[in-house]
Structure formats: structure tokens, C-alpha cells
Design a protein. Structure first.
Length: 366
């Protein structure tokens, strides 16, 4: 064997270099393992938190009614948005979020590109087809057939394509606002006085000792005060003004939450998630939550835009869209900026029925 083919002994410098490479490789492997464990820990944490939310395993999007006849252009526009039905129930006494009159009905439209969120309160006394050609106050849809019927009611009357929902016990507002350290709201003298009765009821229910507001002004409201304010109905504006108050409180809560620290958010999740029921899976909730700090709350409004009121025998005092076709057309412009929307035959038929029952036409509203 020639000297050229013989292995030369490594120098100390070469051996040190090899040892260094091995150490770096080990460190890299350790770092990867630690990173993997951290990722798993975060995923596990999120899943555990989300497990507090009641998932509606019996809910099926295939059971939801969606009108046929919507133009392809309008369908394409709506695909650029995530539209969610939000329901608020006062069911703290029985803990059941599957049935009950939905005192709060909102539509959230999220622009998938800009992440702007628009909110529409559907007045709970709105006279609409709640299903099977039964016309009455729309908040009865949830009581009659749960979220499936309530979503179908929104879709068929308003030409929407909603397939997911979130329902909360409205008293969860108390816990949420308290954990956020209160929300800033301005009230009138009349509102401050009308809050008394609601506060007495909620204090008794939640075992809180929230104090009355002394009068008109801007206050950092606690949970009981904010929930009471959002429930005021008997002022000028009646249910319309109450829906506006609900949006004011919700907007203040969103703004406060987006500026809260992780400890507060964690406490919020622990306390409030148990009062929520939804059609979303954990994976879908994670996808939505990933953008939560990018969401911007845009305009809010109430539906119907042009309305009137009438008492219809045993159905009571109802809110009448004047008329449904023109109101739904305006709704699609507000939610989706769809100036070319054309109402389906279902919306036209429902509109004619409402006119026949109430006597109110387009132009008769305020």
C-alpha cells in the first residue's frame, strides 16, 4: 500500500471541528424537539380551551334552508364573506342553549380580505315567516326549532346563505364585562332609571351587588350594569333602541378584549366559553381565532331599515318591514356592497304575504 493511500491521523483541530459539528447537530435536534413540544403544548392548550364551548353535534348544515334563484353574481360576492348568525338567549335558569326565544338576533358579516366585521341586529319582533308559512315574531323560530330553524328563517326571508351559528346565554355578558374590567358607555337619565329593575333581577340571579347609576353620564360599567343597559326596552325607540344598545355594549367589549393581555383573555375564555354553543368544530374555531386581532368592527345597524308597528291579535305588537323586498335589497348593499342584488321569488312572495297581513307597503315606514 502506497503512502498516498494510507490514512493520515487527524489533527487536534480536525477532531475538534468534528466534535463541534456533532454538538451542533445534537443541539439542533434538541431545539427541534423543544419546538415540537411547544407547538403540541399550544395546540393542546387551545383545544382544551375550545372544549369548554358546547359543540352542536346534532347540527347539520344540510338541514338549513337556502333560497333558490339567487343570481350567480350575488353568490360570488357572498363567497367573499363569512356570514355568521349570532343568537342571545336568556336561559341561565336551565342552562339549555338548544331552545328558547332568541332575545338577541344578529348577523355578522366578515370580509375575508379586509377582515372588517359588520353587524346587523334583526329586531326580535320582526314579522317574518319563521318556517312552514307561519308568520309571527321572528324570535319564535329558535324556540320552535332551535338554531336550524332560526338560521333557515334568516336565510329564507333575507336571501342569505348562513350555515353556521354561535349562541350565548346573554347573561354571559356579566362575566365577560367584569373580566375585561368594565366597558365605557354613555347613558341618559331615563336609561339610568330604567336600569334599576334589570339590575335588581340580575344581581339576584348572579349574586352580585352592583350599584345603581346616579344619572346621566359616561360610566365604566360593570357586568350587571352593562347587561341591564343592553336590556332596556321601554324608551323612545322601543326594541329598535334596545338592539342599538346591544350593539354598543358588544362593540365596547370587542374593543376592550382586543387591547387586553393574555392573562385576561385566558380568564375570559375559562369563564365565558361554557356559556356558548356553536355549530363550528374546534378546527374551524381555531381558523377564525387566528385572525381575531386583525378583525375590525365596522358599521352596525338594525333590520328592517324602513319599518312600522302594528298589533296583530294574539301575535301581539310586531315590527313590519315596509316592504320586505326593499329592506332586503338594502341589507345586501350594507352587508356585501352588492348593488346588483335581485330578490328571489321566495323573498317576493314573503313580502306580498306581509303586506296582505299588515296593510303596510313600501313607503309606509319610518
Amino acid at each position: 500500500m502506497s503512502r498516498e493511500t494510507e490514512k493520515r491521523p487527524m489533527t487536534k483541530k480536525q477532531r475538534a471541528a468534528i466534535r463541534k459539528k456533532k454538538q451542533q447537530k445534537k443541539l439542533m435536534l434538541v431545539a427541534i424537539e423543544i419546538l415540537a413540544l411547544l407547538i403540541l403544548a399550544v395546540v393542546l392548550f387551545v383545544v382544551v380551551k375550545l372544549s369548554k364551548i358546547e359543540k352542536d353535534t346534532s347540527f347539520s348544515a344540510s338541514d338549513i334552508e337556502i333560497n333558490e334563484g339567487l343570481s350567480e353574481e350575488s353568490k360570488e360576492i357572498m363567497e367573499n364573506y363569512t356570514t355568521i348568525a349570532l343568537f342571545g338567549l336568556d336561559n341561565r335558569s336551565n342552562g339549555n342553549l338548544s331552545k328558547g326565544n332568541s332575545d338577541v338576533i344578529m348577523i355578522a358579516s366578515i370580509n375575508n380580505d379586509t377582515h372588517e366585521v359588520k353587524l346587523v341586529s334583526v329586531y326580535r319582533d320582526s314579522y317574518l315567516d319563521i318556517g312552514n308559512n307561519t308568520y309571527r315574531k321572528c324570535n319564535a323560530a329558535y324556540a320552535n326549532g332551535g338554531p336550524e330553524q332560526a338560521i333557515s328563517m334568516l336565510n329564507t326571508n333575507l336571501d342569505l346563505n348562513i350555515t353556521d351559528y354561535v349562541t350565548v346565554d346573554f347573561n354571559a355578558v356579566v362575566e365577560c364585562v367584569d373580566l375585561l374590567g368594565g366597558v365605557e358607555v354613555t347613558v341618559t337619565d331615563e336609561e339610568a332609571i330604567l336600569m334599576y329593575g334589570y339590575m335588581d333581577e340580575i344581581n339576584k340571579l348572579t349574586k352580585h351587588k352592583s350599584e345603581y347609576l346616579p344619572g346621566a353620564g359616561t360610566y365604566n360599567m360593570d357586568g350587571v350594569q352593562a347587561c341591564s343597559y343592553a336590556r332596556i326596552r321601554y324608551t323612545a325607540g322601543d326594541d329598535y333602541k334596545r338592539a342599538e344598545r346591544q350593539r354598543i355594549v358588544l362593540a365596547a367589549m370587542v374593543q376592550k378584549a382586543q387591547h387586553s393581555d393574555l392573562k385576561t383573555i385566558n380568564s375570559l375564555i375559562d369563564e365565558v366559553f361554557g356559556d356558548i354553543k356553536t355549530s363550528y368544530t374546534n378546527a374551524e374555531l381555531i381558523a377564525l381565532a387566528a385572525q381575531v386581532f386583525n378583525y375590525k368592527l365596522g358599521e352596525t345597524t338594525g333590520f328592517p331599515f324602513e319599518k312600522n308597528t302594528v298589533t296583530l291579535g294574539s301575535k301581539g305588537s310586531v315590527v313590519v318591514p315596509c316592504d320586505l323586498v326593499s329592506n332586503v335589497t338594502q341589507l345586501h348593499v350594507f352587508l356585501y356592497e352588492d348593488d346588483g342584488y335581485e330578490p328571489t321569488d321566495t323573498v317576493k312572495s314573503n313580502s306580498e304575504k306581509i303586506i296582505a297581513d299588515t296593510g303596510f307597503h313600501q313607503g309606509d315606514g319610518y
